[in-house]
Design a protein around this ligand. Sequence first.
Ligand code: 5RP
Length: 224
Amino acid sequence: MNDKQLVAIEASQLVQDGMVVGLGTGSTANFFIEALAQRQQQGLNISTIASSTISAIKAAACGLTLIDFAQASHVDLYVDGADEISPHLTLLKGRGQDLVMEKLLAHYAKSFVVVADKSKLVSRIGENFVIPIEVMPSAWKMVKAQLLELGATGDIRLNASQDNVAVTASGSYVLDMRFPIQYDEKRLNDLLNAIPGVVEHGIFYGLTQQVIIADQGKLEIKQA
Ligand code: 5RP
C-alpha cells in the first residue's frame, strides 16, 4: 500500500453514519473515495458531494450516493488532497480546474481534513508551485496588470494542447502567479480576497482542521 492510500484509509475512518461527506479531487482523493465506498459496502449510511465532475464520476462508479451542492444545507466532513501544506496548515490547491468548489466545501464543511504524502509539506506557500488565481474572463488583463504592479510574475494558463486559454469548471480563466517572498500566506490571502475580478484563488488559509500525512508507511496527524 502506498502513502496516499494509507492516509485515505485513515481519513475514511473519520466518517460516521448519516454524514454528508465532501469528496476532493486528485489521486489521493480518489483513494479516499474508494476507501469510503468500501465502508459503505460494510453498512455505513452516508451521502456525498463531489468537488468536481471527475470525482462525481469516480464516486458513482464506486456506488456512492451523490447529492448536488446546491441541494445541501450542510456538509459534515470534507476530505481532499493538496499541492502544498505550510507549517501553519495553510494549503495551496487548484493545480486542476476545480478550486472554486473545493474552496466552498472547505469553508462550509464542519470539518476539513487534508490527506497527503510527505512530499506536500513545504516551508512556505508557493515554494514548489505557482499560485492559481481564477479570474472573471472579462477582468483577466486588469487583474494581471494589478498583480504585476504588486511584484508578482506569471501569466494566463493555457489549455493542455497550448492552443487556447484554459477554462475552469466554473467558467473562469486562471492566472498562474509567483509572488515575492515578502508576501506571506496571510498577506497573500488577504490581498487576493480583496481584488475585484478574482473569483477564487488556491490559497486555503485558516480552513484546515486536520492534516493526515504519511511518510513511507508512517502516519502523522497534524491538528490546526
Ligand atoms: C486539485 C487539488 C488536489 O487535491 C491536489 O492537486 C493534490 O492532488 P494529488 O492527490 O493527485 O497529489 O488541489 O485541485
